[in-house]
Design a protein around this ligand. Structure first.
Ligand SMILES: *[C@@H]1O[C@H](CO)[C@@H](O)[C@H](O)[C@H]1NC(C)=O
Ligand SMILES: *[C@@H]1O[C@H](CO)[C@@H](O)[C@H](O)[C@H]1NC(C)=O
Ligand SMILES: *[C@@H]1O[C@H](CO)[C@@H](O)[C@H](O)[C@H]1NC(C)=O
Ligand SMILES: *[C@@H]1O[C@H](CO)[C@@H](O)[C@H](O)[C@H]1NC(C)=O
Ligand SMILES: *[C@@H]1O[C@H](CO)[C@@H](O)[C@H](O)[C@H]1NC(C)=O
Ligand SMILES: *[C@@H]1O[C@H](CO)[C@@H](O)[C@H](O)[C@H]1NC(C)=O
Ligand SMILES: *[C@@H]1O[C@H](CO)[C@@H](O)[C@H](O)[C@H]1NC(C)=O
Length: 300
C-alpha cells in the first residue's frame, strides 16, 4: 500500500513537472537526432557553445519572470501566463545542496488556475536545481529534476535530470542580484533550425526520444525493485528548451537584448567583467512564444 502510494506519487510528480530530459543519455541523443540531425553535418551546436560563469547566490537572490520561451510538453502554450521562477537555497551555507525551484504559472489566461512546482505544486512535489559539474554551479550548468527522483536514483539522477544552462546574462547595477536578465538553454542546441541557427528540440517529432527515455527510466526502476516495487510507467517527457528571463515582469528592452544575444548578433557588453564574451549563441528564436505578464497577481 505504502509502496504503491509512493510509486503513484512519483508518477504524479513526473507527470506534473516532466523535467527528465533525454539529451543527457548518449544513446537517446543518437536515436533522437535521426537523419535530420545536424550532428552529422557538424553545424550544431555552434562551436564553443557553453554556459557562462555564474554566481548562483546572486542568480537566486530575486525572482525571474519569463519574457519568452519555447512551448514544451510540460509547459504548453495554454500555460504560458504569468510564468515566474523563484529559487531558494536548500542549504544557505552550501550551494552544492542545490536550489528549490518554485515555478509559478497560470493556465488558460492571466491569473487563471495556478500551477507550478514545489510550493506551487498541488502535490507539494519539490523540484530541484543542482550544480551539474561544479560544487557551486559557477560554470552556469545546473540539472533540474524532482527531488523524488534524486532520492530514488541517488546514482543515476544525473542522466534523468534535465540540463539547465545559463548561457548569457545581462549585468545589473544591483550587486545583490548581479544580473538583470538571463538566457537559459536546456543544454546543447544540437539540432539545426531555420537559417543555420541551432535548437535544443529535435526537428522531427520526439516520439523516439521519449520512448528511449521511458525505456531507460524503466530499466533503472527495474534495477531498484525494493524502492519502486514495480516498473515505472512514466508519461511523456521532454527535452531541451529556451527561456528568456528578466527580473522585471514586463521588460521589452531586456527581451530585445536577449533576442539579439541569442541569435548571435554582437551586443556591446556594458560591463566586460560581468558579461560573457564567448562564442555566438546562434540560437533559433523563431519558435519562442511571448509570455504574458501584464496584470499578473502572482499568488504568494
Ligand atoms: C554540501 O552539500 C553536498 C551535497 O548535498 C554534500 O555532498 C557536501 O558534503 C556538503 N558540504 C558541506 C560542507 O556540508
Ligand atoms: C510542503 O512541504 C514543505 C516542506 O517539506 C512543508 O513545510 C509544507 O508544510 C508542505 N505543505 C503542504 C501543503 O503539504
Ligand atoms: C537589489 O535587489 C534586491 C533584491 O531584489 C533588493 O532587495 C534591493 O533593494 C536592491 N537594491 C537596490 C539598491 O536597488
Ligand atoms: C530566415 O531569414 C529570413 C531572411 O532574414 C527571414 O525573413 C526569415 O524570417 C528567417 N526565418 C526564420 C524561421 O527565422
Ligand atoms: C512521430 O513518429 C512516430 C514514429 O516514427 C510516428 O508514428 C508518428 O506518426 C509521428 N508523429 C508525427 C506528428 O509526425
Ligand atoms: C519495463 O521493463 C519490463 C521488464 O523488462 C518490461 O516487461 C516492461 O514492458 C517495460 N515497460 C516499459 C514501459 O518499457
Ligand atoms: C573556440 O575556442 C577555441 C579555444 O579557445 C578558439 O581557438 C576558437 O577560435 C573558438 N572557435 C570559435 C568559432 O569561436
Amino acid at each position: 500500500m505504502r509502496g504503491a502510494l509512493a510509486t503513484r506519487v512519483v508518477l504524479v510528480v513526473i507527470g506534473a513537472v516532466a523535467v527528465a530530459h533525454a539529451q543527457l543519455l548518449p544513446f537517446v541523443s543518437e536515436r533522437g537526432g535521426g537523419p535530420l540531425s545536424v550532428r552529422s553535418m557538424g553545424r550544431c551546436p555552434p562551436a564553443n557553445f557553453s554556459a557562462v560563469p555564474l554566481d548562483v547566490m546572486a542568480y537566486a537572490a530575486a525572482p525571474w519572470y519569463v519574457q519568452k520561451q519555447l512551448p514544451l510538453n510540460y509547459q504548453p502554450v495554454n500555460e504560458l501566463y504569468c510564468v515566474r521562477a523563484e529559487y531558494t537555497l536548500r542549504n544557505p551555507s552550501n550551494i552544492s545542496a542545490g536550489l528549490i525551484a518554485n515555478n509559478y504559472a497560470n493556465r488558460g489566461g492571466v491569473n487563471g488556475a495556478v500551477q507550478g512546482s514545489s510550493k506551487y505544486d498541488r502535490n507539494n512535489a519539490t523540484l530541484l536545481a543542482l550544480p551539474a559539474d561544479t560544487p557551486d554551479g559557477s560554470d552556469g550548468r545546473l540539472l533540474v529534476g524532482p527531488k523524488e527522483l534524486l532520492d530514488m536514483f541517488p546514482r543515476a539522477w544525473r542522466s534523468i535530470f534535465g540540463p539547465y544552462w545559463v548561457v548569457a546574462v545581462g549585468p545589473s547595477k544591483n550587486a545583490t542580484i548581479k544580473y538583470d536578465w538571463a538566457i537559459i538553454s536546456g543544454g546543447q542546441p544540437k539540432y539545426e533550425a531555420a537559417n543555420g541557427t541551432c535548437t535544443t528540440l529535435p526537428p522531427n517529432n520526439r516520439t523516439a526520444v521519449d520512448a528511449a527515455l521511458l525505456a531507460a527510466l524503466n530499466e533503472s526502476a527495474m534495477r531498484a525493485p525494493r524502492i519502486t516495487g514495480r516498473p515505472l510507467q512514466p508519461p511523456a517527457f521532454d527535452s531541451g528548451g529556451l527561456w528568456f528571463f528578466s527580473r522585471k515582469p514586463v521588460d521589452p528592452e531586456a527581451t530585445a537584448a536577449m533576442t539579439q544575444r541569442a541569435q548571435g548578433s554582437a551586443v556591446p557588453p556594458t560591463d566586460w567583467l560581468l558579461t560573457d564574451v564567448t562564442a555566438e549563441l546562434g540560437l533559433d528564436t523563431s519558435k519562442l512564444v511571448p509570455v504574458q505578464q501584464e496584470g499578473c497577481k502572482y499568488q504568494a
